[in-house]
Write a new protein. Structure first.
Length: 227
């Protein structure tokens, strides 16, 4: 299922998609951030919103990015491996390859960045850009509201509940998918859903995480988060 950037609110949907991609591009210094910036440029310059495809030759894409054609091939392959795009029509004599952009997958990849834009953006994305009943043409955005984490007996489950009680919105955005990997002496090992999420949590919420963990188990002195 895919979001459709057509109809009376098409312009809002288009801006939201590009905003999400550019936010990921600016905040994630890894591969996903780079790919997000490059895909945002392709969508802005050469995307057909009606068919959800772009039909651009390697030479032109390489000139736009700017990279070599070999690098262009590799970057497009990485986008395909993430499910962001797929080959819609293969190249033939006098015709370049046409790619389809899977907007649903693209938006899912940017989900953790929505709070960085602002609560209004999160609320709008949570309600669904088109505010239509669910159908085969509408992206299934997450609904508002967050569930409290379940206590499974681990240190992180208890600490996660503390963080949820203190700030449900932040917990839903950054910690609901964090899991406990194990423990090495006084160090607790956690896993975030992506490298970007791990870096962002360590940069902005490391103190909050450690405080919640030590409140549940004072013998833990450090927390390591990987993605």
């Amino acid at each position: 299922m895919q979001v459709k950037a057509t109809g009376p609110k098409a312009s809002v949907v288009k801006y939201d998609i590009l905003t999400a991609l550019m936010t990921l591009g600016l905040h994630d210094k890894g591969t996903d951030g780079r790919l997000a910036q490059r895909l945002a440029l392709l969508i802005t310059a050469r995307f057909n919103w009606q068919s959800e495809t772009f039909c651009v030759g390697l030479r032109e894409i390489a000139r736009m990015w700017p990279v070599t054609e070999r690098t262009t091939k590799r970057e497009l392959a990485l986008m395909r491996s993430r499910g962001w795009i797929s080959v819609h029509r293969n190249a033939a004599r006098g015709r370049v390859t046409e790619h389809r952009v899977h907007l649903n997958a693209v938006l899912e990849a940017t989900r953790l960045c929505w709070p960085l834009v602002g609560p209004d953006f999160v609320a709008r994305m949570g309600q669904g850009p088109q505010e239509q009943p669910a159908s085969e043409n509408v992206v299934p955005f997450a609904k508002a509201g967050a569930e409290a984490p379940q206590n499974d007996g681990t240190i992180w489950a208890a600490a996660s509940r503390v963080m949820f009680d203190n700030d449900p919105a932040v917990h839903a955005a950054w910690f609901s998918k964090v899991t406990e990997v194990g423990r090495d002496g006084p160090r607790l090992e956690l896993a975030a859903p992506s490298a970007f999420a791990a870096r962002y949590i360590e940069t902005h919420y490391a103190g909050r995480v450690l405080a919640a963990v030590t409140a549940c188990d004072p013998s833990v002195t450090t927390v390591r988060i990987t993605g």
